[in-house]
Design a protein around this ligand. Structure first.
Ligand SMILES: C[S@@+](CC[C@H](N)C(=O)[O-])C[C@H]1O[C@@H](n2cnc3c(N)ncnc32)[C@H](O)[C@@H]1O
Length: 283
């Protein structure tokens, strides 16, 4: 564990600040760089996307689906299989991710775009599917407003995101070392509930489910976050190198949480499924 890379530990902190917006160009660049390594470490993302698919209404009729924050397009391909007659659109802010996704297929269109400002026409989709992407959006109300605009009446938005409590073990272990913010805060479940309730969409499902992964050591966790593109890109991140003493402090604190299966890392995943009323958006 002594070969934990100093720069890795500095960089690998999840984004999604509650109080400040990440620089979207940096989000895009970080994910574009991670496109080649992403799929090999994305087991949680696979499990969460599958769990989100399982929450879709059974009778949903789809002529056009949108995979928002499609990443490498794994779920675009799953959606294409599930709705073989439908047209599919993959949207992502990271051009590098979309290039990777396009080479693997699934969607008919690949569009670089921001979930807070979708480059899509009004009432142009029946299903907006978004797995583990909108936690990168500082303005979730804007994401919901865009979903409401882009969905046809009767359409469905299904999203999975992260809420507070995510990676609390890493955050608390860093707290034993210093008072800097190493793992950003995530929106609380109550904030998601409030924004969804105010969105004009009808909430069918909104629940938080903890997913706990286990790692052999702290380096395994931080390397995985890095391979996923989850670099710390927020204003206020600590600058400079992390000294050996601080890394040792982090490792010692985290080791205190070790379980028989390894070092735990909790992701508080929120699943939301919302319906656009056939009569239009409620005021
Ligand atoms: C963790 S990956 C998830 C990818 C895919 N949905 C999956 O489950 O494998 C998050 C994706 O969201 C994209 N993303 C981040 N912010 C975004 C935004 N504002 N608009 C659209 N996509 C965004 C990233 O570029 C990245 O590809």
């Amino acid at each position: 564990m002594t070969d934990l890379s100093v720069s890795d530990v500095n960089r690998v902190q999840l984004p999604v600040p509650v109080d400040s917006l990440p620089d979207k160009r940096q989000v895009a660049a970080s994910f574009s760089r991670a496109a080649a390594s992403y799929d090999s470490v994305a087991q949680l993302q696979r499990d969460v996307g599958q769990a989100l698919l399982a929450r879709l209404p059974a009778t949903l009729s789809v002529d056009r689906w949108i995979d928002l924050g499609s990443g490498t397009g794994h779920f675009s391909r799953v959606l294409a299989e599930r709705f073989p007659q439908a047209e599919g659109v993959a949207v992502d802010i990271a051009e590098g991710m979309l290039r990777h996704a396009r080479a693997l297929g699934g969607a008919q269109q690949y569009i670089v775009g921001d979930a807070e400002q979708l480059p899509l026409a009004d009432a142009s989709g029946d299903l907006l599917f978004s797995s583990l992407a909108v936690q990168w959006c500082g303005d979730f109300a804007a994401v919901l407003a865009e979903a409401s605009r882009v969905l046809r009446p009767g359409g469905v938005m299904a999203f999975a995101s992260l809420c507070d409590g995510t990676l609390f073990e890493l955050r608390d272990s860093w707290r034993a070392v210093d008072s800097s913010v190493h793992v950003n805060r995530f929106r609380p479940l109550t904030r998601y509930q409030q924004l969804c309730a105010e969105s004009g969409l009808q909430v069918l499902t909104l629940e938080a489910v903890p997913h706990v992964l286990h790692y052999g050591d702290v380096r395994d966790l931080t390397h995985e976050l890095k391979a996923l593109g989850a670099h710390n890109i927020n204003p206020g991140r600590p600058g400079g190198l992390t000294g050996r003493q601080r890394i040792k402090g982090l490792i010692d604190a985290y080791e205190g949480l070790r379980q028989p299966a390894g070092l735990p890392a909790t992701y508080q995943v929120i699943y939301g499924v919302m319906h656009k009323p056939a009569s239009g958006v409620r005021s």
